[in-house]
Design a protein around this ligand. Structure first.
Ligand code: AMP
Ligand code: MG
Length: 421
């Protein structure tokens, strides 16, 4: 049984990210939230696009106003109004000024903006009561960004701030990594689809729905391959099909040591290399991680990663959060930040474990007055009980060798969602 941290390291070492050139697509910027840039973006527009005013006031020549005071104001003639969106028509000559509003284009001839608060205006006669700094309140063209230079780097995950930048730069089509395709299959002769009548002895296949949601939340594309009974031939066919259509395969069930747990044997029959068969975590001890060498003849041979997750619904979810999600992040083109996020907080409840394996207890992480608090989900923490999983956003970790973390003590908490307040 591999310790959890070693399993995480090994899994990440097995993942080769999608190749950006071969696995990209152009998409509309409006559909790009959550997607990862496959190449750096070079903008074609300077920021600001032209010299403009940072304030409401008057565009002037510094030479005309540098010596003025309230007692001895500079008196200028206003020759033009420049509202937003208007292109100045006149050149400001000595003794002249143009009325200008925030964001408007600076007129030719002017080099400084005087804010309206230090002026007095009567008709087109303008008195300046206080001398500005040279070039005050002028935002010069290209001082924020120069066209032709890198605007955003490859590997960036796009969200509202990046989308704002790209929209402003008129990049409405972006090249992003395609979403990794993740095949999901549920193994077990007892399983029935959630929308089918339940017969005695049957169990509803919740893993397929849960894993599909997790895969989609991770920015990947779930391919639902359904339920496969515990028959070696059926399983072999289903697994062979899964590995031929996906970038990563998730099966649940059939990886334990029971009489009908065929997955590991079939993986070996199909030519997989088995790297992990069990991890010292609870829940989620049976975990198979295998690779298939795809396209063995091509230069860009990418190993396909196969996760045989435990069938217990809680174990399947915890294993996904702990081990599959980091792999998916790396596979999808994210350059870093793959590993789970652990924070230190205070548990409001006693946390118990058998001390033999690293235990993950589910519950809610709250941020209260700047400190993390962990609220253990009430009810059974058996891996067979998924009913109290709802609202889980974190897993508290009881290390190996420890059987109790008393209430009030500090604990490591793995985030699987945003902390609530
Ligand atoms: P296994 O890992 O195949 O031994 O399954 C362990 C337990 O999880 C058994 O009680 C199964 O019935 C249950 N189980 C297996 N697969 C699923 C699934 N897809 N959805 C819900 N429960 C499952
Ligand atoms: Mg089973």
């Amino acid at each position: 049984m591999l310790p959890a941290q070693q399993a995480e390291d090994l899994i990440l070492s097995l993942v080769k990210p999608l190749n950006a050139q071969q696995n990209c697509e152009m998409i509309d910027l409006l559909a790009a939230s959550g997607r990862i840039l496959a190449e750096s973006v070079i903008g074609q527009l300077d920021f600001p696009h032209w010299d403009n005013s940072a304030m409401d006031g008057y565009a002037v020549r510094f030479d005309d106003v540098q010596a003025c005071t309230a007692e001895s104001p500079a008196v200028l003639q206003v020759i033009e109004e420049i509202p937003a969106g208007y292109v100045p028509q006149k050149t400001v000559q000595a003794g002249q000024a143009a009325r200008i509003l925030t964001g408007s284009m600076m007129p030719a001839g002017a080099d400084t903006v005087v804010i309206q608060e230090v002026t007095k205006r009567e008709g087109d006669r303008l008195s300046i009561l206080s001398a500005p700094q040279p070039q005050a309140f002028v935002r010069h063209r290209a001082t924020f960004y120069q066209s032709g230079t890198p605007l955003l780097p490859a590997g960036l995950t796009l969200s509202a701030p990046e989308i704002a930048v790209l929209a402003a730069a008129q990049c409405t089509q972006v090249k992003v990594y395609r979403r990794p395709r993740v095949a999901i299959l549920s193994t077990g002769s007892e399983l029935v689809e959630p929308d089918q009548p339940l017969q005695p002895g049957q169990i509803v296949d919740s893993n397929q729905y849960a894993l599909a949601a997790l895969v989609a939340q991770s920015g990947a594309e779930p391919l639902l391959l359904g339920i496969v009974p515990d028959h070696p031939e059926a399983l072999k066919g289903a697994i062979a099909n899964a590995i031929s259509t996906a970038d990563l395969v998730l099966s649940s069930g059939g990886v334990s040591v029971g009489d009908y747990d065929y997955v590991d044997r079939i993986l070996a029959d199909l030519g997989a290399q088995l790297h992990i068969r069990a991890v010292a975590v609870k829940p989620g001890k049976p975990l198979t991680v295998a690779t298939f060498q795809k396209n063995q003849t091509s230069e860009s041979a990418v190993p396909l990663l196969y996760f045989g997750l435990p069938g217990n619904p809680v174990s399947a979810l915890v294993s996904f959060w702990r081990f599959v999600q980091p792999a998916l992040r790396k596979l999808s083109g994210q350059p870093d930040g793959w590993r789970p996020v652990f924070v230190e907080g205070r548990s409001l409840y006693p946390l118990k474990s058998d001390g033999k394996r690293e235990s993950y207890l589910w519950g809610k992480l709250r941020l209260t007055n700047g400190a993390y608090e962990f609220h253990l989900a009430t009810g059974s923490h058996s891996s067979g009980n998924l009913i109290n999983l709802a609202q889980t956003n974190a897993l508290a970790v009881v290390p190996v060798g420890q059987t109790l973390i008393p209430a009030g003590d500090s604990v490591q908490i793995m985030q699987v969602g945003s902390p609530c307040r």
